[in-house]
Design a protein around this ligand. Structure first.
Ligand SMILES: [Fe+2]
Length: 423
């Protein structure tokens, strides 16, 4: 029998070298493996703190980190399980001198090693006990808070380009955006166009027919109500797209107008209130597809979707609320009256002051909010006395915020590996 061993190694421990992991991440070994046992189809790992974890042989085989499973240059999988010839089973399993799990897989007769920190972090027999990879959504009402979560961001652009450099302000901002759907940064520069570099600390902006950066100020011949001084009702931007932008950034460059106060509300909290008070209307709004349309002079964006969307676990995923961007409802005949009854129940909730958080933009302020969750609105503002109000905006995807926060958390794990002397 010929046993192959993984070529890549990544970490040193007193008893030997820990194996690589199938990613670029760092996985500190906070709890060591005590012992292991196995059957052909499962490996049982008992940890020093008493936890017992089970892993399937096929799952372990696919998640090995050796060069026959993962391309070491990209850390992307190259193994095709269906080409192994037979279901991978475990013929040997033991704890090696470095503290890693070592397995001999049949029918390949290959010996593969697994990093204990990585195994513990991916223990799918204890999903509820794993560290949450990202903050959960916490619903809020404006009446419960004085202001958005606010951070002093004067150093936002004076930071290291290394994506693994710690950045407490960026990390706090992303946690607030992902958890609360909103953060306000203050003391940023007010040069026109500086928003692009500010946004790119998180990720690349998403261009639309309004440009990559758009100016929110009253202008002649407007192609959106946003570019006037009239009040805007609570809305998300671009529900007219199959995939509406995940994040919106609004950067205040000038504001000495009277009025024009910003209003934000948590669309998930409003939807939750609808579910509690009017479950039948809530069900209707998760089912009936509304028309969202932005039929400008040179573009014609139209999409049909429910107003409230839940994810596969029943949690809120997005809302599409923007009365001024709805086209004609084209539902099955019997849905018309229930749909409008549900819409009006929602509209009445949107007018309840308890949901709204109101604040005034100061030059140098920037708000980042989840555009598929938060509704933004503004009061009418008066430009008649020579006052100016100029916001620049752009869109990002939620993916960029999640990726950036994962990188910052990876940086913490890397530091921890160094502290523990495992790197
Ligand atoms: Fe808007």
């Amino acid at each position: 029998m010929t046993l192959s061993t993984p070529a890549a190694t990544s970490a040193n421990t007193p008893g030997g070298t820990l194996p690589a992991t199938p990613d670029y991440d760092a996985w500190p070994v906070e709890v060591a493996i005590h012992n292991v046992s196995h059957t052909p189809h499962q490996v049982e790992v008992r940890w020093e703190d008493g936890r017992v974890s089970q892993y399937h042989s096929i799952w372990l085989r696919e998640n090995a980190a050796d060069d026959s499973t993962v391309n070491p240059a990209t850390r992307e999988r190259i193994l095709d399980l269906s080409r192994l010839g037979a279901w991978p089973t475990v013929s040997e399993a033991r704890l090696d001198d470095a503290g890693a799990l070592e397995i001999v897989f049949a029918p390949e007769q290959c010996r593969l090693r697994f990093h204990p920190g990585w195994l513990r972090a991916h223990d799918y027999t204890h999903l509820a006990e794993l560290d949450a990879p990202l903050p959960p959504a916490t619903l809020w009402k404006g009446s419960e808070r004085d202001a958005p979560t606010t951070l002093d961001a004067r150093d936002w652009l004076d930071t290291d380009d290394d994506p693994l450099a710690p950045d407490a302000c960026l990390e706090s901002a992303l946690e607030a955006v992902i958890g609360e759907g909103l953060v306000r940064l203050r003391n940023l520069p007010t040069e026109p166009g500086s928003l692009d570099a500010i946004a790119r600390r998180i990720g690349p902006p998403r261009a639309t027919n309004f440009g990559t950066l758009f100016d929110v100020r009253a202008k002649p011949d407007p192609d959106s109500n946003a570019y006037t001084s009239i009040a805007l009702p609570p809305h998300v931007d671009l529900p007219t797209r199959e995939y509406q932008p995940g994040l919106q950034l609004l950067h205040c460059l000038e504001n000495d107008t009277v009025g024009g106060e910003a209003v934000m509300m948590d669309g998930f909290a409003v939807a939750e209130a609808l579910r509690e008070r009017h479950p039948e209307h809530f069900a209707t709004l998760t089912r009936v597809r509304w028309c969202y349309a932005n039929t400008a002079r040179t573009t014609d964006h139209v999409w049909y979707a429910p107003m409230i969307k839940l994810d596969d676990d029943g949690n809120f995923d997005e809302v599409r609320i923007a009365d001024f961007l709805r086209g004609p409802l084209m539902p099955p005949f019997e849905d018309v009256e229930p749909a409008y009854a549900a819409l009006m129940a929602l509209q009445r909730l949107l007018r309840e002051p308890e949901f709204a958080l109101r604040f005034t933009y100061t030059p140098g302020d920037l708000v980042i909010f989840d555009n598929r969750r938060l509704l933004h609105a503004r009061d009418a503002f008066d430009v008649g006395q020579g006052g100016r109000r100029w916001l620049q905006g752009c869109y990002l995807e939620r993916d960029e915020a999640r990726s950036r926060l994962r990188m910052l958390r990876r940086a913490h794990r890397k530091q921890r590996v160094e502290v523990l002397g495992q790197g």
